[in-house]
Design a binder for this molecule. Structure first.
Ligand code: BES
Ligand code: MN
Ligand code: ZN
Length: 476
């Protein structure tokens, strides 16, 4: 990924720079640029780009469309910056002037969008490639003015956090084990001013995390459970809990997945990585609420003592659960984490998880489902999603489906009655562990992974949710 710096003028090393063009302002371009736009059908549409070579000793210019001037938004600017950075990916150093606040937008808002677009779209995961490319190493954002430096720093922290989460999601499951995840989290906590507790297997037994233990039963790798605290510098204005699903690989267990179904299941710790990454931004964003994160970590594997369909365990809150499908494992580890979180009576709990494929049957592969009992926290998430451009849609938690979770022999079973409404039934299952704390659940489903580049999304782990949660807490 390219290193982004703030500059007040075009650096000598830059061999490319952008020219932001609104679709209704093509006429005000310099004559040679206007001619190039006309010849090449460049209309200034959002994300449209046109590379214009000048004399050999000058930096090339890239016309970058931002759409009609009056409709300019942070999202369009972010997309434009992403398109620009892709179009100069073969340069070593580039510069971007988009952050000179377009009218109708504060320079603080503009620089955030530009840094995110440049940073997120230039991300690549190359740790396991011998060719460590890519070419683009440096991008200078040319901007100045009040508050710009601070906004730039905050945007950098957020972009860095998304990179961290993407790196973790893209790392293979055999390498990012629960212990490796916990080690990564310790390093992150240390460098970003967080307190962290890493509970080992013995502590997990003592804390009665029956769901974590059940899922971990078939694994060679011991489980871990992370509790991470952010304490604001002044008096906390509230208390929020974050919970992230950390299944480092999901084979399905004895209710085994197909080989195709398993292919991407290293991403099943996305929720955990997103929560860790979000925590890493809180100090930089000067968040005023106290935040505690709970991340259960285990893989879902098979050995001679793997938990069986029909087995019953007791969750942290005392409820007994009959496991009829070992592939519905995320809700089991989340049950313990949500119970722990609710014991502390926070103002709200937000969990994030690759919980069901079903949510993507409803919303498709690029939109996450949200549901829950906390109207205020759900509303906050929707507002934050509008700001960050991440796509979420609220789904119901219909009480009439609750009886699908009735078990013959235990308090609950872990699956519903059939293939329909699986994301909602999973949500209803989680609700049983939230006590009466206002709660929001984010089911990422397939949106945790992308099969092609799209705006700020890069093929592979998307880490969708980091900016959403960071913005939700920043504005709390
Ligand atoms: N991790 C999966 C859900 C998933 C699948 C996320 C594909 C992203 C992409 C989860 O543990 C799972 O297997 N869920 C099952 C639940 C079912 C057995 C009730 C599912 O969605 O099929
Ligand atoms: Mn599963
Ligand atoms: Zn899973």
């Amino acid at each position: 990924m390219a290193l982004i710096s703030l500059s007040t003028r075009l650096p000598k090393s830059a061999t490319a720079y952008d020219v932001a063009v609104a679709s209704d302002e093509l006429d005000s371009l310099a004559p040679e640029l206007k001619r190039a736009a006309e010849l090449n059908g460049f209309a200034g549409k959002p994300g449209q780009t046109l590379v214009i070579n000048g004399p050999a000793d000058e930096a090339i210019r890239v016309l970058v469309g931002i759409g009609p001037k009056a409709e300019l938004s942070a999202d369009k600017l972010r997309t434009a910056a992403a398109a620009y950075v892709r179009s100069v990916s073969h340069h070593k150093a580039a510069a971007c002037t988009l952050a000179e606040a377009p009218s109708g937008m504060s320079s603080v808002e503009a620089i955030g969008a530009v840094v995110e677009g440049l940073g997120l779209a230039s991300y690549t995961y190359r740790a396991l490639k011998t060719d460590k490319g890519p070419t683009l190493r440096k991008v200078a954002v040319i901007a100045g003015g009040a508050g710009v430096k601070a906004a730039f720093g905050q945007a950098q922290a957020v972009v860095g956090a998304v990179m961290l989460a993407r790196d973790m999601v893209n790392e293979p499951g055999g390498s990012l084990t629960p212990v490796a995840f916990a080690d990564r989290a310790k390093a992150v906590a240390k460098s970003t001013g967080l307190k962290i507790q890493v509970w080992d297997q013995k502590r997990i037994v003592r804390e009665k995390l029956g769901g974590v233990l059940a899922v971990n039963q078939g694994s060679t790798h011991p489980a871990r459970f992370l509790k991470i605290d952010y304490v604001p510098s002044g008096r906390a204005t509230g208390k929020v809990a974050l919970v992230g699903k950390g299944i480092t690989f999901d084979s399905g267990g004895l209710s085994i997945k197909t080989s195709v179904g398993m292919m991407t299941m290293k991403v099943d710790m996305t929720g955990g990585a997103v929560v860790l990454a979000t925590m890493s931004t809180l100090k930089a964003l000067k968040v005023k609420v106290a935040v505690t994160a709970y991340i259960p970590l285990t893989d879902n594997m098979i050995n001679g003592d793997a938990f069986r369909p029909g087995d019953v365990f007791t969750a942290r809150n005392g409820k007994t659960v009959e496991v009829l499908n070992t592939d519905a494992e995320g809700r089991l580890v989340l049950a313990d984490a949500l119970s722990l979180a609710s014991e502390k009576k926070p103002d709200a709990i937000i969990d994030i998880a690759t919980l069901t494929g079903s949510v993507s049957a409803a919303l498709g592969p690029k939109i996450a489902g949200i549901m829950g009992t906390g109207d205020e926290v759900l509303a906050r998430l929707e507002v934050a999603a509008k700001v960050t451009g991440e796509k979420v849609w609220e789904l119901p938690l219909p009480q009439e489906y609750r009886k699908q979770l009735d078990s013959n022999i235990a308090d609950l079973k872990n699956i519903g009655a059939g293939p329909y409404g699986g994301a909602l039934v999973a949500g209803l299952f989680l609700k049983e562990f939230t006590a009466d704390v206002p709660w929001a659940h984010i089911d990422l489903g397939l949106s945790a992974e992308a099969d092609s580049d799209d705006g700020v999304i890069v093929k592979g782990g998307t880490a969708v949710g980091v900016r959403l949660l960071a913005e939700t807490l920043r504005s709390w």
